[in-house]
Ligand binder design. Sequence first.
Ligand code: GLU
Length: 479
Amino acid sequence: MSSAPPPRVRLAPSPTGTLHIGTARTAVFNWLFARHANGRFLIRIEDTDRERSRPEYTENILSGLRWLGLDWDEEPLLQSERRAEHVAAIQTLLDRGHAYRCYASEAELDAMREAQRQSGQAPRYDNRHRDLSPSQEQAFIAEGRQPVIRFRIDDDVVVRWHDMVRGAMEWRGADLGGDMVLARRAPADSVGDPLYNLVVVVDDAFMAITHVIRGEDHIANTAKQLLLYEALGLPVPRFAHTPLILNREGRKLSKRDGVTSLSDFREMGYTSAALANYMTLLGWSPPEDLGERFSLDQAAAAFDLERVNKAGARFDWDKLRWLNAQVLHDLPVEALQESLTPLWSGCGWTGEPDWCRDLCALLGPSLTLLEDGVDQARPFFERPELDEGARAQLEVPGARPVLTLLLEALDADPWDGQDPARAQELIASAASGAEVKKGVVMKTLRAVLLGSLQGPDLLTTWGLLARVGEDIPRLQRGL
Ligand code: GLU
């Protein structure tokens, strides 16, 4: 049996912005595919747009991938360092007659497109400079015109490939917008900055990429790139186009939906485990035995492109929140503490590590977002105002006598907050002393300790506050 060599896949982000959720999802699928097949997951930073690329975006993208738990196998390749190879490939295409210089000015191209629009045609380059004579070229050069370099795309060529997600694909040359630009304007005796489709092909071949897995917005590019592979005589990878991420209304998720960057989700308090899990579900149907809740490693073991859907993947906030809550509830308390402590420090809140750990254990089961662990911890670090419900509770018959009895008991025999049985006793004797039900004592305690009638387990809350000497002043405040 012949076994195929392990696959090599890549993520090719442009560092012109922070890590986009769509790019992160593409990264997840590439990573899962590579890990499933013991292949390699590589990164190429497509930083050839000199004006818009920034090193801090590269840093943001790489740290976002790391945060998600996606590791890569070789040093990321910087596309900008490969200009000489890109230029050489363009030269090859010029030499072989696949490419030519086009001197049409921007104004001429605008007029051409306008005329097409008016006659109801789709705008496209009309290949007007495809077969210039040497003297025509000389005349344009003498005028001081700088050409772009274009690649010939015959209208009647048909590009076909078998897409690993979408099946048989077919694209006609006539639908590719006319001869494509390979390099920006530059003096006619040089080659200007090489553009996306050319550099991607040259670099994917250089990196020996076997499978190109990317968003379906690149389908037309794939058709163009296949023509370039053929013209350059390079080995052709397989292609898989993943569905777009859609918003609630079924349109492409965009800036208008409020969140597009991975860091936005991170700041909102989503965990990397929940996001990685959720992004895997965005377009991939896991086999039944895996369920919907899994780690990246578990998903990698089961991953295949056949289970990637063709239809757009609607972003489902409820599911993401549900997953996040599951992750937070299952987190070992030490891990939760590690995540929450820096957020607490950011608010100026500090405490003994043991005390913080016990607070995390108390809050963990009720968190949906990590940020909830800030809101819910607040009354433990800052003495809260009493809300309306808490104030009303103090007016309930017996409430204030309860507080007086509790304070007397604590004064006679202080409680260090450790043994909950002691708290039970205090509550029981205050109830009988004030001749009220235990429920009244509990509610009154909650009102003064947390400033609200809602909150986590009362005895643990009281214990935590008692350990830092904060229960007595709060009880006194209720009188
Ligand atoms: N730089 C391109 C992008 O971010 C890469 C597309 C590709 O994977 O070829 O969209």
